[in-house]
Design a protein around this ligand. Structure first.
Ligand code: GLY
Length: 326
């Protein structure tokens, strides 16, 4: 129904007598913004420990916070949980009994920070963020990373819990280096978020493979392998056997495929395809997660058994990932 100009002026004048015109205008802007926000924000994380990570991240996103804060705070919860035995405190040690940690982070500006082979620090993701924000470098390793962490107020502590020590001592009895896939259904935590402002960030952190060789570094702290974020396109993260991800620079590949027009799902499938076409993958798992700039997500892995946590509109659900092998 057409409203005549005179009627429109009358209606507007009536409303203005109750609400100042600026308030009418403001409230419509606010309601538009609200529906935009609710539709768009998303957080996605690898494995079951993705649930507490997402829940923490969502508290930041729902209040209009930044994706970079959401992903950092989300993965910190898992790093600090001694029951999560593949990340941070309580992580399984290398074959010599040392807990060595890898982590990286990327923000919406394409800035990146990373630490690898870091010992004695519970939250390597926050050290990686400091590297990103307060140094001219991207990656610090080993003793240098520890020195930087201590100089920036992080506390030195023993990360080898009684349980992890007991498991390692049992492993030493056989001293057989095999890597069971989907071990206890947990591994690296990779978290990606799109915030209400439309900005993307990601974080990735792990203690790496249980009983790895001393000095081994996996994909998780390597920008483009364990994590990649391009705020114009999308973000991706990886879990599983880091060597396969590093050889194919998996997360960068996923984002580049999205840049060329692939959906987040198709890009994850193609990145797994690269591995299975070229590399021996029989007893090795790799899983990718991706989100695009509009908040669509994708996920794909080699073998069944990988799952991930997805949060939208405040609701978190676990999803079993589609896999190349059935
Ligand atoms: N994806 C974790 C690692 O291979 O270290």
């Amino acid at each position: 129904m057409k409203i005549k100009r005179r009627q429109f002026i009358k209606k507007t004048a009536a409303l203005a007598s109750v609400y100042p015109v600026s308030a009418i205008a403001d409230s419509s802007v606010i309601s538009q913004k609200k529906s935009y926000k609710k539709k768009r924000a998303i957080v996605i994380s690898t494995w079951q420990h993705g649930i507490p990570a997402n829940e923490t991240a969502w508290k930041i996103l729902k209040n209009g916070g930044k994706a970079i804060d959401a992903v950092e705070q989300g993965v910190r919860v898992v790093e600090s949980d001694p029951k999560s035995m593949s990340v941070g405190l309580g992580g399984r040690p290398d074959r010599d009994g040392n807990v060595t940690l890898d982590a990286c982070i990327m923000n919406e500006h394409g800035d990146a920070g990373s630490v690898c082979f870091l010992q004695h620090i519970e939250n390597p993701i926050s050290v990686a963020r400091k590297v990103m924000e307060e140094t001219p470098h991207v990656m610090l390793a080993g003793k240098g990373a520890l020195q930087f962490a201590l100089a920036n107020g992080f506390e030195k502590q023993n990360l080898l819990t009684d349980q992890a020590k007991k498991d390692w001592q049992n492993w030493l009895k056989e001293n057989r280096y095999t890597v069971p896939i989907n071990i206890e259904n947990h591994d690296t935590i990779g978290t990606l978020a799109l915030d209400q402002h439309g900005d993307l960030s990601g974080a990735c952190t792990t203690s790496g493979l249980a009983y790895k060789m001393h000095g081994r570094v996996g994909d998780s702290p390597i920008i483009g392998a364990g994590l990649y974020v391009d705020n114009e396109v999308g973000a991706a993260t990886a879990t599983g056997m880091g060597e396969l991800v590093m050889k194919t620079l998996g997360s960068f590949l996923v984002v580049e495929l999205m840049r060329q027009g692939a959906s987040a799902q198709a890009a994850c499938e193609e990145a797994v395809g690269r591995i299975v076409k070229k590399l021996a993958y029989k007893n090795m798992q790799v899983g990718y997660l991706a989100i695009d700039k509009k908040g669509n997500h994708g996920a794909y892995c080699i073998h069944p058994g990988f799952n991930y946590a997805l949060t939208r509109k405040g609701k978190t659900k676990m999803i079993d990932c589609a896999s190349f092998k059935k």
